[in-house]
Design a binder for this molecule. Sequence first.
Ligand code: ATP
Ligand code: MG
Length: 409
Amino acid sequence: MRQSQLFGKTFKEAPKDEVSVNAVLLARAGFIDKVSAGIYTYLPLGLRVLNKVQNIIREEMNAIGGQEIRMPALHPKELWATTGRWTDPGDEVMFQFKTKSDKEYGLGWTHEEVVTPLVKKFVQSYKDLPIYLYQIQDKFRNEPRAKSGLMRGIEFSMKDLYSFHRDEQDLEAYYQKALAAYQVIFKRCGLDSLVTEASGGSFSKYSHEFQVLTEYGEDTIYYCDACDFSQNKEVAEVKSGDTCPRCNRGTVTEGKAIEVGNIFQLKNKYSDPFKLEYTDEDGTKKSVMMGCYGIGPSRVMGSIVEVHHDDGGMIWPDSVAPFQAHLISLGEDDSATTVYKELIAAGVEVLFDDRGVSAGQKFADADLIGIPYRLVISKKTKGKIEIKKRNSTDASLEDTTAVLALLKS
Ligand code: ATP
Ligand code: MG
């Protein structure tokens, strides 16, 4: 992509109405545009990142047998009245409205009320189970504190997986598989996530949250400095300074964290109100056991920025970077164009800064945008390419073959 053609520009100043690091950097670098609190447009650079995060999630969901579907965002009241959630939590969370002809709808903030009756249409016998369905879709929530950029949207991206089982044992086995898949997803996205015990609601002792430590997180967690023990404050049986109850070695530490994922064993909480049952091998009717597993790709994107940045701007992990290489021409447009074409032919995702602006601005923008490799072609590079990683100060002069080898490594 030629930067001269790219829709979106960088800004020197932070937007006046943003306070969070992710919103400030993403807006300044031309990744997102704020429409209103908690509501954003993704510009081409931002959408490339969001798509990459979503595709990592897709791959890992497919790997544990998930099948992708797409449910609607617009839900008739009747579905939500069935579980009682039209009134509790009702419009505290859900955007609800009436049409001119008095039909009532709400915007989906989760999808148990749509997926459960869907599955009911296709399940009669134990032979029809298990089922694993997921979607990646926009959710809507009436969030009163939408001040954290992509980390707390009113409209935001969510991947929600729902699993359907014969019994609790099968649910538990799949739950462990999903938990492992989640750890892989966050790792691939460049996030260290702590599997954290949290409230399971009215139906389970615990749920598991995936928490990323960041000083701007809204949750407080207690975690062990030596093993993988971690509990959300809301259920914590420990306090800061305690000896870890799991390993008996480490010390429990308090930290601020952001929840990037949450998995629950719903059991029969939603299958019962919708009478989602199956006939077991012995002929008896039983409730289908359900699990649900959520990740916010947009919150993941915001969290990556919170964790990976410096004074100059963002530092994208390779796996989710909008481009792999940022090629900068300083008055050497012909040779840079040749290299640009070679990189594209080799399958490298490259942003080519061919703009007629100063070297200083090109370098500052490259730091702000945060693409993993910066490639500079100028008089000084004498027919070679200066290659530098965004998170390093070491640069070296290489020929195109060596640059390609580095980019592909
Ligand atoms: P929180 O406690 O932060 O409000 P939640 O527990 O209500 O989140 P879930 O219902 O568990 O969220 O949603 C699943 C995932 O969707 C969360 O782990 C998070 O990654 C994401 N998510 C939830 N709410 C938002 C939001 N307002 N903006 C962006 N992502 C969100
Ligand atoms: Mg949650």
